[in-house]
Design a protein around this ligand. Structure first.
Ligand code: GAR
Length: 195
């Protein structure tokens, strides 16, 4: 059984989908801990599913490195096989990325390498393109530049707002994330040999 730590900042809808998938006996991964950089609403999903949770508040640390060191200490307690960034809206410091790599993946609401960064949905709308997408990648030391594990296109519709478009992307992200985690768990997908 693959053990998974999930890090969030927001509502944790993708986290919840993973928790629900993990209830299925055929799913080969289990979430063992959920961490956040703030008192994220999504921590409530962990509580509901009886999963341990921790918070390493960004604003209580004087630098990204200090925050990352504490995050690394908390993660080390659980020693999960895989760390999933599921809406964590902070860049991890390079030292922590190196320590967790390559067993560190991220979901992103755009068709990378298009529209990386914190505003992938807003940036796609602003660019006036007709389609965007969702991606699951291995985290490297760039901003959303790591090897792509799965991605899918999502059309942009007339009248879409950042909210409506993001809400249409998220179900695609969830499906991709669950599939990638299951394929890592079964050995079908090897992170060390990711393209
Ligand atoms: C997701 O769309 C995720 O891809 C995005 O935040 C959302 C979190 O939603 N992450 C990024 O944009 C990272 N650059 P959730 O909290 O409802 O799962």
């Amino acid at each position: 059984m693959l053990t998974v730590a999930v890090l969030i900042s927001g509502t944790g809808s993708n986290l919840r989908a993973l928790l629900e998938a993990a209830r299925h006996p055929d799913f080969r991964a289990r979430v063992v801990v959920v961490g956040a950089d703030r008192e994220a609403d999504g921590l409530a999903h962990a509580e509901e599913f009886g999963i341990p949770r921790f918070t390493v508040p960004w604003h209580q640390h004087e630098s990204r490195e200090a925050w990352g060191e504490e995050l690394g200490r908390q993660l080390a307690v659980w020693n999960a096989d895989l760390v999933v960034l599921s809406g964590l809206m902070r860049l991890l410091p390079a030292g922590l990325v190196a320590a967790l790599s390559p067993r560190l993946i991220n979901t992103h609401p755009a068709y990378l390498p298009e529209f990386p960064g914190a505003h992938g949905v807003r940036d796609a709308l602003a660019a006036g393109v007709t389609e965007t997408g969702a991606s699951v990648i291995v985290v490297d030391d760039g901003v959303d530049t790591g090897p792509i594990l799965a991605q899918e296109r999502v059309p942009i519709l007339d009248g879409d707002t950042e909210h409506t478009l993001h809400e249409r992307i998220k179900p695609v992200e969830r499906r991709l994330l669950i599939d990638v985690v299951q394929r890592i768990a079964t050995g079908e997908l090897s992170l060390t040999s990711a393209p």
